[in-house]
Design a protein around this ligand. Structure first.
Ligand code: ADP
Ligand code: MG
Length: 386
């Protein structure tokens, strides 16, 4: 995180709390190279943490209160840790969710006061919510002097998002934010929660292509897909789709409603693509990586049906560029961002071309930017630098 941004947030902290913050916690957002909508059926995913984050500058408090100012929402919230009314207002809900999840797991919490500020586009598929959860969780770990390993921190954040916020997400976003490694993707097995790091080949850049469209009903559509997967899993008589093969699915094709067949087909084929992609990464085979990314998009568009006209357009425009290895929608879908893999050194020309072609055809300006890999949640002391 650059010093100018730290200084800006620090000045805001001083304005609110009339003292210097003790520490800063920085939790990254993420891209997912491949493995979309596979995490909640115990499949494989391949996220990379990015150089966009949610940061909290804070100092511990001894009076059992948490007091937080959100720069991005220009809103202040203060509560006792032991008692609060559930609030359905965006970022406060996440703060309460983490307090609830930690307390429910028996961690003795102490308070803190802080300023939260992020630069991950919200609701764009880059997982600003998980970065916020992990940043808040880590701030509690430090202020309360408790020890929680990255996997358990991710599980607490997941519990907050599932049981407090009410969104049936998988664990990928929280885990990559908690334990990412720079220059590596995380091959995560969502069944065992085991993960290994796969080096990112040189010569490839990751470009986020934000369509600047957002679909309001993303959350309910996401939960609908989740229910469809539960239903087809039950019909196939397996514990999760991870246990089913394409031939298992084909054998049941006549008794499974067509829509559920397509949903399962996406998940089963996507899991296989993740493993092929990792193989291609290890062989520095950028062309195969690109081909798999394109197949992933087609499957999300045609079988999982979570794409949109804007996403399909920007993916096609990206693939028209010869420096593009492949592109696909990323995140929950229905709007938001796509990811393109582009030959290193050609990023700026690519961004210009796709930007103007999309603007011409869609009539709105997209937002394209390069992301670099980053490390998982980290912290450093601020007071000693004064
Ligand atoms: P995403 O795909 O970005 O995770 P979500 O809808 O899941 O989108 O989460 C977005 C929510 O997370 C926001 O509405 C807000 O409540 C919270 N959030 C994200 N970034 C910030 C931030 N910088 N400051 C405060 N809250 C944030
Ligand atoms: Mg989210």
């Amino acid at each position: 995180m650059d010093q100018a941004r730290i200084n800006t947030i620090r000045a805001i902290y001083k304005q609110h709390f009339k003292e210097e913050p003790a520490s800063i916690v920085v939790a990254p957002g993420r891209i997912n190279l491949i493995g979309e909508h596979t995490d909640y059926s115990e499949g494989f995913v391949l996220p990379v943490a990015i150089d966009r984050d949610v940061a909290i500058l804070f100092s511990p408090r001894q009076d059992g209160f948490v007091a937080v100012y959100s720069v991005d929402f220009d809103e202040f919230y203060q509560t006792q840790l032991s008692h609060f009314e559930k609030q359905k207002t965006s970022w406060i809900d996440y703060l309460q969710g983490i307090i609830w999840a930690l307390s429910d797991d028996g961690y003795p919490l102490k308070g803190w006061q802080g300023v939260v500020s992020g630069n991950i586009p919200i609701g764009a598929g880059l997982s600003s919510s998980a970065a916020l959860e992990i940043a808040i969780g880590k701030t509690f770990i430090l202020s309360s002097n408790i020890s929680i390993d990255p996997t358990n921190l991710a599980l607490i954040a997941l519990k907050a998002e599932r049981d407090w916020i009410g969104l049936n997400v998988g664990i990928m976003d929280q885990l990559i934010s908690a334990d990412a490694k720079t220059n590596h993707a995380m091959l995560l097995d969502c069944k065992t929660l085991n993960y290994e790091f796969v080096p990112i080949p040189e010569n490839v850049s990751f470009i986020i292509m934000d369509t600047t469209t957002r679909r309001e009903l993303t959350h309910s559509a996401y939960n609908t897909r989740h229910k469809e997967i539960q239903e087809v899993t039950r019909l196939l008589n397996v514990n999760s789709l991870r246990e089913a093969s394409q031939s298992d699915l084909d054998a049941m094709q006549t008794v499974i409603p067509e829509i559920l067949y397509k949903r399962a087909k996406h998940v089963i084929s996507e899991n296989s693509r993740v493993l092929q992609f990792v193989h291609a990464m290890r062989n520095h085979d950028l062309l195969s990586m690109g081909k798999l990314i394109n197949e992933s998009h087609a499957s999300l568009r045609d079988d999982y049906e979570v794409s949109s006209d804007a996403l399909n357009l920007i993916v096609d425009l990206a693939n028209n560029q010869s420096c593009c290895f492949g592109a696909r929608l990323m995140g929950a879908g229905f709007g938001g961002c796509a990811l393109a893999l582009v030959s290193q050194g050609e990023e700026l020309g690519f961004i210009q071309e796709v930007h103007s072609a999309y603007q011409d055809e869609a009539g709105i300006a997209p937002c394209l930017f390069i992301v670099k890999s980053a490390t998982g949640v980290h912290t450093h002391n601020l007071k000693k630098n004064n």
